[in-house]
Design a protein around this ligand. Structure first.
Ligand SMILES: Cc1cc2nc3c(=O)[nH]c(=O)nc-3n(C[C@H](O)[C@H](O)[C@H](O)COP(=O)(O)O)c2cc1C
Length: 191
């Protein structure tokens, strides 16, 4: 059966390494998987007034509605993120917050999630990934277990065309995507 995976990138930068890595990852999914990047740039900053039924002069932004609908129709999500000041970039936290409301219809609930962090430095976005896991910890999202993926010195992993070239890294990432696919298959009926 065909499956949809939403890929969320924690960077708005044109030359983002996270985006380049995400494009590589998309190619590792099986043919019956449609993995595509869902843009989060235009999501207005989260404001609970939009979701508060008591407040009628601030309707839910259409960007929220579309985002929520897109994630809800996904069978899984893949986060690819750098680290900003030891945590996840604000654009990604904003998307997570938007998806976390309203309480009776949380789009993240039980959605299988892959989590990949990167950094131009040596830590591979460790703190970002751990903070992302913390932010998601309320939603019962199945994630592939060990090994987790922390990509350090990310520019050195990519060639001029943005391709991951080192065989061992490609295999490592392919293995992670396979484990995410396995999780999605196991959790198809649980949402
Ligand atoms: C505001 C800001 C804060 C950053 N903080 C961190 C950090 O805490 N840890 C880290 O490893 N890199 C940090 N960096 C460097 C990023 O890893 C680097 O800019 C990376 O290229 C961003 O990812 P991208 O290429 O996907 O946009 C920071 C960069 C910016 C712009």
């Amino acid at each position: 059966m065909n499956k949809n995976v939403s890929v969320l990138i924690g960077s708005l930068r044109r030359g983002s390494y996270a985006r380049k890595i995400a494009h590589n990852l998309i190619n590792y999914f099986p043919d019956n998987y449609n993995a595509s990047i869902i843009e989060i740039r235009n999501l207005p900053l989260y404001d609970f007034d939009y979701d508060d039924p008591q407040i009628i002069d601030k309707p839910t932004p259409p960007e929220y509605t579309l985002f929520r609908k897109t994630i809800k129709s996904s069978d899984g999500v893949l986060f690819v993120t750098p680290e900003n000041n030891r945590t996840i970039p604000a654009c990604l936290k904003n998307a997570i917050d938007i998806g976390s409301k309203p309480n009776n219809d949380v789009i993240w609930q039980r959605l299988p999630a892959g989590i990949i962090s990167h950094s131009v430095g040596r830590m591979g976005g460790y703190s970002s990934q751990k903070n992302l896991r913390l932010a998601l910890s309320y939603f019962n999202m199945p994630t592939p277990g060990q090994p987790e993926v922390f990509l350090s010195q990310s520019p050195t992993l990519l060639d001029a065309d943005g391709q991951v070239t080192q065989e061992s890294t490609v295999e490592f990432l392919q293995n992670y995507v396979s484990r995410l696919v396995q999780l999605i298959e196991q959790n198809t009926d649980s949402r």
